[in-house]
Design a protein around this ligand. Structure first.
Ligand SMILES: [Zn+2]
Ligand SMILES: [Zn+2]
Length: 346
C-alpha cells in the first residue's frame, strides 16, 4: 500500500509500505477514505519530536473496516468508522474514568517511538489496535469529509468547550482560529451558547469563525486585551482559551481574562517555558485548566451526534482535498498557512 513517511526535517514522502495485517485478536484493518493533516503533524515535520526517516505519519482518519481480528465485537467488515487518534486500552483506571488520553498504554498513530511506534493514518490502510474501543461507527448521514474530524479535531473542540464550561451570559475568547480553535468555537456554540470572540490575524480563519457564530477580532489591527475589555465593561473575558500553543498566547490569555476567570489551555506544549508570578494568579483567583491530549473516547459520541443532527459542520474548514500522492504539497500548503485544513483522500 501507499503511505506518507517522514523524510527528514521539513520533508514528507509517499512510499510503498507493507500492507497491514491483524497482529492481535483485537485489531481491525481500516481502509482509509480520508486522512487529515494536523497542526501537530507540522511539529513532526519540523523535527520537534524524534521521528526517524521513513517512519509513517498521520493520526486523523476515517474509513471502512476491511478485516477484524477474532476478538473484535463492536465493529464489522464494511462498517464506516472514525479512528481515535490516541489509542487506548479501554479498561485501565484512566479509561474507566473518561480519561483515555491518560491511559496506561496511551499511544498515538504516526508519532514514531514517542507515540508507541504505531502505524500512520495517512495511508491507504491502517491497523487499529483494540478496535472495539478505538473505532466508532459513523452514521450514514455523516459523510467522510465530516467524519474525518471525529477522531481528533472536532471532538477536541467539544472537550475544550466542556473544560471552558461557560454560562450562556459569559464572554469566551478563543485565541487562535486554526482547526482546533475553530472546532472549539463550534463546540462552544453547540453547547453552552456563550458569546464567543475569535482572535487571530488570518483573514480566512476569522471569516470562517464569524460564519460559525463568533465575533472576529483581528489581533493585527486591534489590541486583544483592549478589545475584550471593551466588550465586557472593562472586566475582561470570563473564559479565555489558548488554542495556539505558544507562550505568547498563554500570556495573552492570562492578560485577557477577568479576575476570577478561567484560562483553558488546549494548544499543544512540549518544552516551552514561561515565568509565572504566583501572587498575580493567586490575587486574581484565576482557574487554569490544561487540556492535555483529548480523551477522545469520552467525547466523540457528542461530536458524531452533533454532526448527525446538523448542529455543527466543520467541513467549511477544509480548504484543500488532495490525493494521498500529493501529501507533500498538502503539508507545504498547510505549513505556509495557505490552507485552513488539508484532507487527503487515499
Ligand atoms: Zn490532529
Ligand atoms: Zn487505558
Amino acid at each position: 500500500m501507499r503511505g506518507v513517511v517522514f523524510d527528514g526535517a521539513g520533508r514528507v514522502r509517499v512510499v510503498d509500505l507493507p500492507d497491514p495485517t491483524v497482529e492481535a485478536p483485537g485489531d481491525a484493518i481500516v481502509r482509509v477514505t480520508r486522512a487529515g493533516i494536523c497542526g501537530s503533524d507540522l511539529h513532526l515535520l519540523h523535527g520537534k519530536a524524534p521521528l526517524e526517516v521513513g517512519e509513517p505519519m498521520g493520526h486523523e482518519a476515517t474509513g471502512v473496516v476491511e478485516t477484524v481480528g477474532p476478538d473484535v465485537r463492536g465493529v464489522r467488515e464494511g462498517d464506516r468508522v472514525a479512528v481515535a487518534f490516541n489509542v487506548a486500552c479501554g479498561h485501565c483506571w484512566f479509561c474507566e474514568h473518561g480519561q483515555s488520553a491518560l491511559c496506561d498504554d496511551d499511544a498515538i498513530f504516526g508519532y514514531g517511538i514517542f507515540g508507541g511506534a504505531l502505524p500512520g493514518a495517512q495511508a491507504e490502510r491502517l491497523r487499529v489496535p483494540n478496535a472495539d474501543v478505538n473505532l466508532l461507527r459513523i452514521p450514514d448521514a455523516v459523510d467522510d469529509d465530516a467524519a474525518v474530524f471525529v477522531g481528533d479535531v472536532l471532538t477536541t473542540g467539544f472537550y475544550a468547550a466542556a473544560l471552558a464550561d461557560p454560562r450562556p451570559e459569559d464572554a469566551v475568547a478563543v485565541l487562535g482560529c486554526g482547526p482546533v480553535g475553530h472546532c472549539t468555537i463550534l463546540g462552544l456554540r453547540a453547547t453552552g451558547r456563550p458569546t464567543v470572540y475569535a482572535l487571530d490575524r488570518d483573514a480566512d480563519r476569522l471569516a470562517l469563525a464569524e460564519k460559525a457564530g463568533a465575533i472576529p477580532i483581528d489581533v493585527d489591527r486591534r489590541n486583544a486585551v483592549t478589545a475584550l475589555a471593551e466588550a465586557t465593561d472593562g472586566r475582561g473575558a470570563d473564559v479565555v482559551i489558548d488554542a495556539v500553543g505558544h507562550p505568547e498566547a498563554f500570556e495573552g490569555a492570562i492578560d485577557a481574562v477577568r479576575r476570577g476567570g478561567t484560562v483553558v489551555v488546549v494548544g499543544v506544549y512540549s518544552s516551552e517555558t514561561t515565568e509565572l508570578q504566583l501572587g498575580a494568579y493567586w490575587a486574581r483567583a484565576l482557574t487554569l485548566r490544561f487540556a492535555g491530549l483529548t480523551p477522545v473516547l469520552a467525547w466523540w459520541d457528542r461530536a458524531v451526534s452533533s454532526l448527525e443532527n446538523g448542529s455543527v459542520d466543520p467541513r467549511p474548514l477544509i480548504s484543500h482535498r488532495l490525493p494521498l500522492e500529493d501529501a507533500a504539497e498538502g503539508y507545504a500548503l498547510f505549513d505556509r498557512r495557505e490552507a485552513t485544513k488539508v484532507v487527503l483522500a487515499p
